[in-house]
Each structure stands twice: as structure tokens, then as C-alpha cells.
Design a protein around this ligand. Sequence first.
Ligand SMILES: [Zn+2]
Length: 422
Amino acid sequence: MTSGTLGIMRVHLVVLFGPLLLLSGFCVQAQDVNALMKDATIRAALEAAKRNEPRVVEEQIRVCEIPAPPFKEEARGKEMERRFRQLGLKDVRMDKAGNVIGVRPGASAHPNLLFQAHLDTVFPEGTEVKVKRDGNILRAPGIGDDCRGLAMMIGVIEALNEAKVQTPGTITFAADTGEEGLGDLRGTKELFNFTLKGQVDKFISVDGTGLTVTNTGVGSYRYRATFKGPGGHSFGAFGLANPIQAMGRAIAKIDEFEVPSKPKTTFNVGRVGGGTSVNAIPFECWMEVDMRSSDKDSLETLNAKYKHAVQSAVDEENKRWKGRGPVSVSNEVVGYRPAGSTPADSAIVKTALEVTKLFATAVGLREGSTDANVPMNLGIPAITIGGGGQGSAAHALDESFDTTNTYLGTQRGIVLAVALAR
Ligand SMILES: [Zn+2]
């Protein structure tokens, strides 16, 4: 079956069963959330959050001024470890990947909600991280993405502690590494494959700003393919297979790929290089390829097509030149983010939307590539939410963050954490 027909079948299933799930799920979630909002300890936690918010913003600034370049998050991690201990979390530790973990035990070990924000930024070592404050506007690289998430998480823990909120299930908090770029979600992969393997029932990552809810994780494969042969003089050695011509065949095949538009599945040859001279058969060339989809089957199908295209291009090139000076290819994976999604009618997404409605006027679902990709791919209920406030120019040196009403982000985090830790 092609991935295209799979997509159509999925649409039919949603049409058939969607309304039924929506109806039954809606009532249950709405009641849960309303009951929670009447709970005196939760109301006390929300008041504490509002009262403490100026301190949370100070925390956001302090954390942001500790540099956390890609693969060098340790200093910021140590600070989060210190805060986790200070806030009385249990079993506080830093794992092999540099993730900082701390547990707020509930009446029972399960359900165990993993609630996290990422330590790393996209900015290289040496970037000026001093925060400039102009009224409600904070300016610094990483101030929103993800210092807001880290600070909001601290605000949630503080408010839960102050109001002595007891949850039936447990909340495990984590400040994780490697979310951005070539970090390739390495911190979260470590958490789910080793550190907390088999222990997590639900997942929230707080990433960036606003009151967003993300339930679709766009996955990706990124390759650098290197084609090699003996090379030689363009005239004197004519008759040898040519790495660049083999790569040309591969690119032509890639260009012909048919991919589903829903879920959006894409491919791109983004960079090429190689060769030494116009009058030399090259001994080496390379290309970088990016492929994405939120559907894991579509992504795997595309990945298989890609590998087949590259190998058959090389085979054809070698055959064309009767195996003289054969070309070979090696594919280096330079990026892999698993794909996945948490259905819109799942309990966790419905709860997130119900809770968000209490704090925001516009509520919708988004797709993105975040730490939640990892649990989504494993079928563990997972979402990514914004930490509140309003950010702009994430990943740019002039990133800024508006602190107006940021307490709403912290309050939403509290209700959501409590609602899911049961
Ligand atoms: Zn982020």
C-alpha cells in the first residue's frame, strides 16, 4: 500500500469515529477541569503563581544570562539542578546526556507526567547573553526559547509547593539538552531510551512562548551523501565512472519522488559540493538532503526511497561506464528527529485545550518539531505548550520577550500539570 492511500484511509476513520470520540471525550474532560478549578489548593496555587510571577521573570533573566550553546549546556544545567534541590524535588540528578531530573512524588508513582523545558539555545559560544530590559520587553538571545520554559517550570513547582498541592500521580520535572538543531533531541532521546525508559506515562514540554498547544511532531531525516571514485584527467582518463554524474542521477531520481500532501511530507537537496577542476573527473562530491513528515510511515517510506535512489544512481553510473573506476557512496545521517502525533481527540490534547480556554481567547492546535516528537513516536501521550508571554524573533540575536500577563502561562501550566498527574 502506498503512503497516499494510507492517508486517505486515515481521513475516513476520522470522519467515521471522530464525532463519537469528540462527544464522549469532551464531557469527561470538561468536568475534570471544572472540578479542578473549584479545588481550594489549586486556587491557592494559581494565586501564588500570580503573586510570584515577577520572581519567575527574574529567574528567566538569570537563567538566560548563563550561556547554553549547542552541546555545552552544563553550566545552565547545574543552575537548574541547584534550583530543583532548593525546591525540594526528590532524586535530583544529571544524567549522561546532561539532562537534569527531579521528582515531585504524588500519592502513587503512576501516572508519571514528565514535564520539561530545554536548556540549549541555537547560539554559539561567545554570544552576548546579557538581558536588556525596556519596561515589559526583555531582549536577549534565548530569552523566550527556552528560558521562558525553564522559568515557567520553576514557577509551577514553586506554586505547587506553596499551596501544598498533592497530586494522585507523580510529576517528574526535567531540564533537557540538545533540543535545537543538530542537538537532534538527544536529551529527550536519552530520557526515553535510558534514564526514564518505561517510566513515563504522559509528557509535556514547555517550549517557547504564548499559550500554544502543539500535538503534531514533524520528523526529519537529514543526510550527507558522499560519492567517491578514483578520478582522473577529463580527456586522458575518459571512460571512468564520475561521482558528480552519479550524484546528478541521484538528484534527478529524488526530484521525481511523489509524496503525500496530507500529512505534509517534503524532500529537499539543499547543498552540493565537490570536484577539483573543470578538466578533471572528480574523485569526490557530496550533497545534503532533508526529508520531513509528521507521519512516521510516510517518513520511513521516503527514507527507503531515498536510499534506493542513491544506490541505484551509483549502480547505473557504474554500469554506464562498464565498471571502470567505479563510484561508491556513503550516507551519513546528520540529523534524525522521529515523527509522530498525539490525536486531537486524545485525552491529553482535549484536556490541554479545555485548560487553555480558561486562560486564552484563541485556542488551536499546531505542528512543530520539538522534544515531544520522541514520546509521540513511541505512542506516549505528548504535547508541547508555550510558556506564556509573547516572544518574537526566536533563534535570532535580537530575540525579545514581552512579559505582559506572563502569569497566565504559569497558571495554565499548573492546571495542566495537576490535571494530567491523575
Ligand atoms: Zn525551543
